[in-house]
Ligand binder design. Structure first.
Ligand SMILES: [Cu+2]
Length: 452
């Protein structure tokens, strides 16, 4: 048997991934390799190579942690460490995370698995990992000082438990929690059902809601902020650089949304109604699933919803708090709508020649304006669509439903072209031919789906 000292002494660098050949052999294998991700782009789903079949999840702008089998136990290696994360193209944040990124990699396993998770601490202070929503022994629950001592810097602790139920769970530190979560330490833990047909879907997206307070022009989050964050992120990523949710028409789709921010987020999806099918407490029985078009995700909770992707198009998906679809901005800007700012502008320009008055006719000009910004800062309202500026930021993306998309294809198919006669248009004095000629019996709105 390996002793504790040998285990801790075995560096991650020399370790290699060992396949399931190890079944039935000795457990003396050293630390599993700690995989590192250097990209903030969505990684293709990881199909299972052994054990029960399941449909893997797709973490938007994220990835799934590889594992190895050791004598029937699924072993993972998480490394808590400082990371540089691209919150958007051209904007880097200096965060704390896991295995090279914030949020941390998604852990995927199957109901009935025994998992062993090695956690190496490369932070300058102690940490722990709490497995939110999982049923496990008290001493594995990861509350520093309560379940076990904090993991000191430089040390590796081992968590081991059986996955007794399927569902969507989360992980995060329970040691200096306020600081470590404000710095970006969190991830999701998906346990697939043992029966591959139970709650099966074709596409299964994962979004962790998180938030940062990073002053424009700086790199490190303010850790003392309680509620007034200025960057509202999905998997530590902001619009316009959150990847779209790419879907083939007719697919059964699940979206799992976890919330480890300090406020609730009503997630709204256009074009569809959907059913709430899972919380971090477990699956919702069919008779109790309820229809929604917005689902409020409480703090410290997960909600999953499902729909059948019948309706082609580009459909917005976003938090319905409008300040959460903005990037960093000052909040002490007075409302100037309806004022005449000419005099004021003249006076201010005497002191500050580059002053631009904003917000006298609303703030839409922000979307088009190319004002000089501090380094490492993204515009407050950003993104260009096929018809102009989207004037969005933060917690916003697009569900892109198309025909002929292959099962494992998640590449952005570009913008949807609305069929003639199905796009709003300017009134120019008379109705165009298509509106004059079509019979009101010609259905142009998609029929409600019965499959839900
Ligand atoms: Cu929100």
């Amino acid at each position: 048997m390996i002793n504790r000292r040998q285990l801790l002494g075995a560096g991650a660098a020399g370790a290699t991934l060992v396949s399931s050949k190890a079944w039935g052999q000795t457990m003396n294998m050293g630390l599993p390799e700690a995989a590192v991700m250097d990209s903030a782009l969505t990684q293709a789903p990881t199909r299972p190579t052994s054990g029960p079949d399941y449909n893997p999840v797709v973490t938007l702008n994220g990835w799934t942690l590889p594992h190895r089998m050791n004598n029937g136990v699924k072993e993972f290696h998480l490394v808590a460490e400082p990371v540089e994360r691209e919150l958007a193209d051209g904007m880097v944040a200096r965060l704390w995370g896991y295995n090279g990124q914030s949020t941390g990699p998604t852990i995927e396993a199957v109901e009935g698995d025994r998992v062993r998770i090695y956690v190496t601490n490369r932070l300058p202070e102690h940490t722990t990992v709490h497995w939110h929503g999982l049923i496990l022994p008290s001493g594995m629950d990861g509350v520093g000082g309560l379940s076990h001592p904090g993991i000191p810097p430089g040390k590796t602790f081992v968590y081991e438990f059986d996955l007794t139920k399927s569902g969507t769970f989360m992980y995060h530190p329970h040691g200096d929690e306020m600081v470590q979560m404000a710095m970006g330490m969190m991830g999701m833990f998906v346990v697939h059902p043992k029966d591959p047909e139970f709650m099966r879907v074709d596409r299964d997206f994962l979004i962790m809601l998180n938030a940062f307070d990073i002053d424009p022009g700086t790199y490190i989050p303010r850790i003392m902020t309680m509620t007034d964050f200025n960057l509202w992120t999905w998997n530590s990523r902001i619009f316009p650089d959150i990847d779209p949710l790419v879907v083939n028409q007719g697919d059964k789709v699940r979206v799992r949304v976890g919330n480890l921010t300090m406020t609730n987020h009503p997630i709204h999806m256009h074009g569809y109604d959907f059913k709430v099918t899972c919380t971090d407490g477990g699956w919702v029985p069919e008779a109790a699933q309820w229809p929604e078009v917005s689902i409020d995700i409480p703090v410290g909770a997960m909600r999953a919803y499902e729909f059948t992707a019948d309706h082609l198009g580009d459909w917005a998906i976003h938090c319905h708090k409008s300040h959460h679809t903005m990037n960093a901005m000052g909040h002490d800007v007075p409302t100037l709508i309806g004022t005449n700012s000419t005099n004021m502008t003249r006076q201010i320009r005497r002191e500050q020649p580059e002053f631009m008055p904003m917000g006298t006719a609303g703030m839409a000009d922000m979307g088009e304006m190319s004002m000089p910004l501090p380094n490492n800062t993204v515009p407050m309202m950003a993104g260009w669509g096929p018809h102009g500026p989207l004037e969005m930021g933060g917690m916003f993306s697009v569900v892109k439903v198309r025909q002929g998309i292959d099962a494992d294809d998640y590449e952005d198919p570009g913008w949807y072209e609305n069929p003639p006669g199905t796009e709003a248009y300017e009134w120019t004095g008379e109705l165009p031919d298509f509106a004059q000629n079509h019979s009101p019996k010609t259905q142009i709105t998609p029929k409600p789906t019965s499959k839900g």
